[in-house]
Structures are given as structure tokens and as C-alpha cells.
Design a protein around this ligand. Structure first.
Ligand SMILES: CC(=O)N[C@H]1[C@@H](OP(=O)(O)OP(=O)(O)OC[C@H]2O[C@@H](n3ccc(=O)[nH]c3=O)[C@H](O)[C@@H]2O)O[C@H](CO)[C@@H](O)[C@@H]1O
Ligand SMILES: C=C(OP(=O)(O)O)C(=O)O
Length: 420
């Protein structure tokens, strides 16, 4: 099994391009199920999860043609089944995103129920309740969600008890072809939800209020083909910026989305970094200094993202002072801490809070990636550790970071993929 070998101690310096956002690309690919006309999606990141989603669409009979620039042309007119089997869902939870489009467009869906995962329990009750409110009949049998509707779904007023990103996306997609008006209240405001809404609008959907907590969808009878580029990945961008800060270096991320990163940039400034932005680039310059510790509390957008929490635990682990990191979205998203302890970090976890006491340097060690962002935090820790760090189970990182060793390597990191 592949591992990443990183020799720490290099100050990162240079320019890197942001890839397309995984968490926008996956719902957008699922949205193509809403029309039988040809759709082209551009700027897809070359990631394992994207391949899995294309495999899932292919397994339903859809035509999938990918070119060398990661543009994909999708043809749903040949779809011959509405099933997302356990084998695919268990490797990628985002498979649940085909549920809304399938029921809305084809009147039926059988989607394996995703279980929990390494970062915590990840229920989909709010997705199912919303679809039921729109008239779908839903049961769970043999681990599968079986959903159906006679005729079209009906527009409804749906209030989410909790802000849910994939829940908002599933119901947003379902509502585009429903009969009448749907109002989603306490909806997620994440930039990836907005990107999905913009793609749906380019397919002919009538959507207002995306980016706020109330989204109104006027259902239409059919949607049409489109060509749509996926937004840049704000979490990959944030990870490179933290890499600059943690190594005392200077990194500019280009072709990125500046507005979507406000909470992260303000924490980097608080840590002492000089942050400069243009229309579509962000530069962090740490001027050779050690960062100052920062307090973090994760919450739905526009607050600090849970997907950047692990990276800031790494930053705090070598910072001046003590940082308090509170994880409010997932109950088990501190698995990286035990691995960082193996590298000499001083971190204490109690409930949903990690107290991180900055130390002068970490020490390289063999460590294990436990989930996607945990892996990113281990790469960051390894970049500042003395000696070699070997990260095992990097299939987690390949789910979310395109060409990680090439991109970090181009910034001066000593990083390679090894077999043992
Ligand atoms: C609000 C939030 O930050 N969501 C994050 C979540 O999205 P993801 O869409 O995976 O998760 P949700 O936004 O749906 O979940 C947010 C919270 O709501 C709960 N919940 C969700 C759905 C449901 O039907 N019932 C229910 O109780 C979850 O247990 C969780 O505590 O993980 C992604 C991957 O790390 C991140 O990119 C998202 O930013
Ligand atoms: C945990 C993540 O992804 P997923 O929801 O696909 O598990 C993530 O993007 O950080």
C-alpha cells in the first residue's frame, strides 16, 4: 500500500493552482441525473471520489466521457436503473446525493443507507424527512433506502432542524422538478451549495436565495443540458495556506475563490501571517516566523469550517502559546491528535475540545491517516517535523487532494510516494 514519505524542515515557497472543489463537484455530478440532455462539467478535480461518482453514474447506464483536462460529458438518456449499491456507497458517502435527483426525475431510487464513518455518526434522517414532506414514500429494507413517488414530487415548506450541507443539496435538487414551490428554511449557506444552485440555474431551474438560509425553488417540468465549471476548492486552498504559515514560508494560491475563505484567512492573520488577496488569488507570507496559537470553533458557513479544523490543530501544535480548538459538527473528528502525539505534539482532548500547547518542533515518526482532513494535518505536521515522517493509509488523502506530492513538491517540500 502506498505511503507518503516527508522530510521536514523546508520553508515552502511558490505558487500553486487550486483544483476544482470535491465537495461542489460531487453534488453537481449527481445533479446531471435531472436531465436527459447532454451535460458537460469542467474543472473536475482528479480524485478518487470523482472516479467513484462517475462509476456510480456509469453503473446506472449513463454515458460518461472524460477528457484529459478532466471535463466530463454525461448522457443520462441511456439510464437503465436507479440504484446506488452498498459497494460504492461504503467508499463514498456523497453517493447519497443521487437520491433526490433520482426520485424527482425518475420517480424511484434504491440507495444504500450510508453508515457512520471515522469522523462520527452521519445520519441522513433530514434528507428522508424532507423527501417525505414532498410526497415520496420511503422505507429502509436490507440496508437500502427505497424511495418512490407517483407522478411528480410536490413543493413543500421544509425546515431543517440542523444545518445540513448534503441534506440541503439533496432537497434542492429534488425540488427543481417538483410540482409547485419549495422553501428550504435553515438551509446550508456553504459556497458549494451556491455552486450547485448556479449549475442547476444554468440547467433551467428556478432558484432564489441560495447563499442565504432560505432557498426558494419554483419547480419546473424539465431541465436542459449545460456546460458548467466547478468552483475552486476552498479547503485545498486553505490547506496550502496553512502549509505556508506552519513552515514560516510564502505561498500564493491562484485560480481560487477568495470570498469563500474569510473565516480561515482571518485566523491566519491572527496567527501572525501577512495575507494578501487579488481577485482570484491569495498569498500567505509568514516571513520566517513561528505562528501564534489561535482559538478555533467550527460551525456551518460562514463560520470556521470543520474541514479546516485538523489543519489548524497542526498549526497550533508548533505555535507560540496555547490554542483551544472546538469541533461542533462531528463528535469524533480528533483522530489526527493521537497520531500527532506520536510526533511529539502536546494536545489534550476533552469532549469536543482540544487544548493544543505549541512546542518548538515536532519529530518525524511513522503515522497513520484516519480520514481525509486528518491526513492533510499529518502532511502539515510532517513538513515541520525534524527528520522523516511516513504516512500510511494515504488513500484517504487521495479522496480529496489532487496530485498532493507534485503540488507540495513544487513548493519545495521533500515529499514522495513510496511503496513501503
Ligand atoms: C454544516 C457542516 O459543516 N457540514 C459539513 C459536513 O457536511 P455533510 O453534508 O457531510 O454533513 P451535514 O452538513 O449533513 O451534517 C451536519 C450535522 O448535521 C447532522 N445531520 C445531518 C444530516 C441529517 O440528516 N441529520 C443530521 O443530524 C450531522 O450529524 C452533523 O452533525 O461534512 C462535510 C465534510 O466534512 C463538510 O464539508 C461540511 O461543511
Ligand atoms: C469528510 C469529507 O468528505 P466526505 O463528506 O466525503 O467524507 C471532507 O471533505 O472533509
Amino acid at each position: 500500500m502506498d505511503k507518503l514519505l516527508i522530510t521536514g524542515g523546508t520553508r515552502l515557497n511558490g505558487v500553486v493552482r487550486a483544483s476544482g472543489a470535491k465537495n461542489a463537484a460531487l453534488p453537481i455530478l449527481a445533479a446531471t441525473l435531472l436531465t436527459k440532455e447532454l451535460i458537460t462539467i469542467k474543472n473536475l478535480p482528479h480524485l478518487h471520489d470523482i472516479t467513484t461518482m462517475l462509476e456510480l453514474l456509469g453503473s446506472m447506464g449513463c454515458g460518461v466521457v472524460v477528457d484529459e483536462k478532466m471535463s466530463v460529458q454525461l448522457d443520462v438518456s441511456t439510464l437503465n436503473n436507479c440504484e446506488a449499491p452498498y459497494d460504492l456507497v461504503k467508499t463514498m458517502r456523497a453517493s447519497i446525493l443521487v437520491l433526490g435527483p433520482l426520485v424527482s426525475h425518475f420517480g424511484k431510487a434504491v440507495v444504500s443507507l450510508p453508515g457512520g464513518c471515522a469522523i462520527g455518526s452521519r445520519p441522513v434522517d433530514l434528507h428522508l424527512r424532507g423527501l417525505e414532506a414532498m410526497g415520496a414514500k420511503i422505507s429502509v429494507e436490507g440496508g437500502d433506502i427505497i424511495a418512490s413517488v407517483d407522478g411528480r414530487l410536490k413543493g413543500a415548506r421544509i425546515f431543517f432542524d440542523k444545518v445540513t450541507v448534503t441534506g440541503t443539496e439533496n432537497l434542492l435538487m429534488a425540488a427543481t422538478l417538483a410540482d409547485g414551490k419549495t422553501i428550504l428554511e435553515n438551509a446550508a449557506r456553504e459556497p458549494e451549495v451556491v455552486d450547485l444552485a448556479e449549475c442547476l440555474i444554468s440547467m433551467g431551474a428556478k432558484i432564489k436565495g441560495h447563499g442565504t438560509d432560505t432557498i426558494t425553488i419554483e419547480g419546473v417540468e424539465s431541465l436542459h443540458g449545460t456546460t458548467y465549471p466547478v468552483m475552486p476548492d476552498r479547503i485545498e486552498t486553505g490547506t496550502f495556506l496553512v502549509a505556508a504559515a506552519i513552515t514560516g514560508g510564502k505561498v500564493r494560491v491562484i485560480d481560487t475563490n477568495v470570498k469563500s475563505l474569510e473565516a480561515v484567512l482571518s485566523k491566519l492573520e491572527e496567527a501572525g501571517a501577512k495575507v494578501t488577496c487579488g481577485d482570484n488569488w491569495i498569498e500567505v507570507d509568514m516571513e520566517g516566523r513561528r505562528p501564534d496559537a489561535v482559538n478555533i470553533s467550527t460551525a456551518p458557513y460562514p463560520a470556521f469550517p470543520t474541514d479546516m479544523q485538523a489543519q489548524f490543530v497542526a498549526l497550533n501544535s508548533i505555535a507560540n502559546g496555547v490554542g483551544r480548538v472546538i469541533e461542533n459538527i462531528f463528535e469524533n473528528r480528533f483522530m489526527h491528535v493521537d497520531e500527532m502525539l506520536r510526533m511529539g505534539a502536546d494536545i489534550e482532548v476533552s469532549g469536543n475540545t482540544a487544548i493544543v500547547r505549541g512546542c518548538e518542533r515536532l519529530k518525524g515518526a511513522p503515522v497513520m491517516a484516519t480520514d481525509l482532513r486528518a491526513s492533510a494535518s499529518l502532511v502539515l505536521s510532517a513538513l515541520v517535523a525534524e527528520g522523516d515522517t511516513k504516512i500510511d493509509r494515504i488513500y484517504h488523502i487521495d479522496r480529496g487532494y489532487e496530485c498532493i506530492e507534485e503540488k507540495f513538491g513544487a513548493l519545495g517540500a521533500k515529499i514522495s510516494r513510496v511503496l513501503n
